[in-house]
Each structure stands twice: as C-alpha cells, then as structure tokens.
Design a protein around this ligand. Structure first.
Ligand code: DAT
Length: 173
C-alpha cells in the first residue's frame, strides 16, 4: 500500500498544470512528475509531430517508465491526458479549467500556431479532459477546479494540500 497518494493534474495545455504541480510539490513534498519530460528523457515516443508540436507518445513505454514511481506513491502527475493510467495507481484526479479568453491569451503568448490554438480552445469549451477524467475514474475522485487567476491557484493548492494531509491520516499504516 502507498503511504503517499498519487494525484493527476490534468487539463488543456495552458490551463496551469505545471504551475499548480510545482507549487503543490513545494508545499506537500510530493514529486512533480512531468510526463512530457519523462516522454522526452526516456524516449517513450515514436517521434515528434511537426503539426501538433508534440511527441507521438508510446503509451506502453510510458507506463513502464512510470510504474515503479507510481507504485511507490507520492507522484503529482502532470499531463494533458489521463485515461492511460491504471485506476489502481490513482487517488485523486484534478481537472483544471480556464475561461477561453484567458486560455487564448496564454496560448498566444506561447506562440502556438493558429490551428493548434483553436483546437485547444475548442477542447476546453467542450470539456474534453473533464469528460475523459469522468469516463476513466470513479467520479468521487475527480475534482474540477478553476484556474483563471493567481488567487484561484492559491485556493486550489490550499485545497489539494488539505486533501493530501487528510489522505495521509486516513491511510496511515
Ligand atoms: P500547462 O502546464 O497546463 O500547459 P502552465 O502551468 O505552463 O500550463 O501555465 C501556462 C501559463 O499560464 C503560464 O505562463 C502561467 C500562467 N498561469 C497558469 N495558471 C494560472 C493561474 N491560475 N493564474 C494566472 N496565471 C496562470
């Protein structure tokens, strides 16, 4: 049994996953697992997609690369998908949400190509990640949090930190 929980922080690119994960790691001592970094560092991909500007992920390789860490517990998994991780690995799924105008500004600042920018905004409006989370995990462990402002982020981090503290009490050996 894990003595520290595994949390997925997911959402459309630009929603604030990395920012939340870094703050959470600092506050809770859990490890920020940037899946993008693992994919790149461990070669869990079949190359780079020039149109989508992202790795073509080899999910089997990725799961193999993450398995030991996930089994040990205490991971904050940062990724714009969540349906690939086995349910038995995961204790909480946080789906971050943002207003489309705010997302537009954040992705423009990243110089996303127009097609990719529009696709991500559509995906946010259509609640694609929220639906994926609800389809893949028990609805009791899926929470949706707003990430428009710095105040939102601070409230979210406080809330998740409190959840981690409670989880550790409930699951103490
Ligand atoms: P992601 O990892 O989901 O792609 P990010 O953490 O890199 O997103 O954030 C994208 C940009 O938006 C970055 O410049 C930080 C900013 N940002 C993210 N969440 C925010 C929030 N809740 N309030 C203000 N700015 C935020």
């Amino acid at each position: 049994m894990r003595t520290s929980p595994n949390i997925i922080v997911t959402g459309t690119p630009g929603v604030g996953k990395t920012t939340h994960c870094e703050a959470l790691a600092e506050r809770t001592g859990l490890r920020h697992v940037s899946v993008n970094q693992v994919v790149k560092d461990e070669g869990c991909h079949e190359g780079w997609d020039e149109e989508y500007l992202s790795w073509i992920v080899d999910e089997d390789k990725l799961l193999d690369a993450l398995e030991d860490e996930a089994k040990a517990g205490g991971c904050i998994i940062d990724w714009h998908a969540c349906d690939l991780f086995p349910e038995s690995w995961i204790d909480l799924v946080v789906v971050l949400r943002v207003d489309s105008t705010t997302l537009y500004d954040r992705l423009s600042a990243r110089k996303y190509p127009e097609v990719k920018l529009q696709e991500n905004i559509d995906s946010e409006i259509m609640e694609v990640l929220l639906q994926e989370a609800r389809d893949s995990y028990d609805e009791r462990i899926v929470i949706e949090l707003t990430s428009n402002t710095t105040d939102d982020m601070e409230t979210n981090v406080d809330r998740i930190e409190a959840w981690v503290t409670q989880w550790k009490k409930d699951n103490a050996p």
